[in-house]
Design a binder for this molecule. Structure first.
Ligand code: CP
Length: 312
């Protein structure tokens, strides 16, 4: 896929590494404009364009925000929220054939699938842009885009950032994509805090070493909390453990952000989470101004509007 010299070269969006810093800057500038457009109810720029959301895994934010983004831009949407059951995948149709068929119907395809590499397979047979909305434990690049947009908006800068990524780092596609994107900025320091079974994978750690990004792997969240600008909490993803129930039970509930955590954090630091959350952020945190996760989810609408406007 390679790095993109500029936004004009964006076609398929498969992995976070595709985005360079100038492209991110233009995307975020456009997302700022989209905030104003969304506040006015939208525009009618893409009335002859159709987007398909092809989701083989459950979603609240990604599917609804992409669909809202297209509608606010004046485009139209076709959707299957459970493609495994309600598309002809249930009869044995391959992903590639489904994508070939959708190419005759739509202008852009947003794909969520349970298999790592599925978005790349789809892109290989698709003229219409494929947007990876999560491929198993692989990547979730548009989540990383909205995460970066949120950090920039809330903290003011990305250079010099100190961020703790917490929880399911081995199977978490959001933290993988975010680590790739943050590695493009200066003097970023990452703290990876997870149960031993869910440590960040070596491919990401190797990438950070190659790019001179400082990181440490930690187990003591309380020690790290006073040092960071962002606490990026994640859910322990039960669905990725299969029948390893004992492993899930061992990892679940180890790291929880609560009122005590807030007392240790800097006054201007923020708590983020890609959501959905279970009990890894206590509800008592929601009322604190540093709880940024609902603002983060809203930013997904603006960033996806900006991304669609680039691709269309
Ligand atoms: N953050 C995220 O991908 O949420 P959904 O699974 O609800 O789309």
């Amino acid at each position: 896929m390679g790095n993109l010299a500029n936004a004009a070269k964006l076609h398929h969006v498969i992995e976070a590494q595709q985005f360079d810093v100038p492209t991110l800057a233009r995307l975020f500038e456009q997302a700022g404009e989209m905030e104003k457009i969304a506040a006015r109810g939208g525009v009618n720029d893409y009335s002859n364009r159709v987007m398909a959301t092809l989701f083989y895994e459950p979603s609240t934010r990604t599917r609804f925000s992409f669909e809202t983004a297209m509608l606010r831009l004046g485009g139209r949407v076709i959707s299957t929220e459970n493609a495994a059951a309600f598309s002809s995948a249930a009869k044995g149709e391959t992903l590639e054939d489904t994508i070939r068929i959708l190419n005759g119907y739509v202008d852009v395809i947003v794909l969520r699938h349970s298999e790592v590499g599925s978005a790349r397979r789809a892109a290989a047979v698709s003229k219409a842009p494929i947007i990876n909305a999560g491929d198993g434990a692989g990547q979730h690049p548009t989540q990383a885009l909205l995460d970066l947009y949120t950090i920039r908006k809330e903290i003011g800068a990305l250079d010099g950032l100190r961020i703790a990524m917490v929880g399911d780092l081995a199977q978490g596609r959001t933290v993988r994509s975010l680590a790739y994107l943050l590695s493009k900025f200066k003097d970023v320091r990452m703290y990876f805090i997870s149960p031993d079974l869910l440590r960040m994978k070596e491919d990401i750690l190797d990438h950070l070493r190659e790019h001179g990004v400082r990181f440490t792997e930690e187990t003591d969240l309380e020690r790290v909390l006073p040092e960071v600008d962002v606490v990026y909490q994640t859910r322990i993803q039960k669905e990725r453990f299969g029948d390893r129930i004992a492993d899930y039970e061992q990892c679940h509930g180890v790291y929880v952000i609560n009122a005590g955590s807030l007392r240790l954090m800097k006054p201007r630091a923020i708590v983020m989470h890609p959501l959905p959350r279970l009990d890894e952020i206590a509800p008592e945190v929601d009322g604190d101004p540093r709880a940024a996760y609902f603002r983060q989810a809203l930013n997904g609408l603006y960033v996806r509007m900006a991304l669609l406007s680039f691709l269309l």
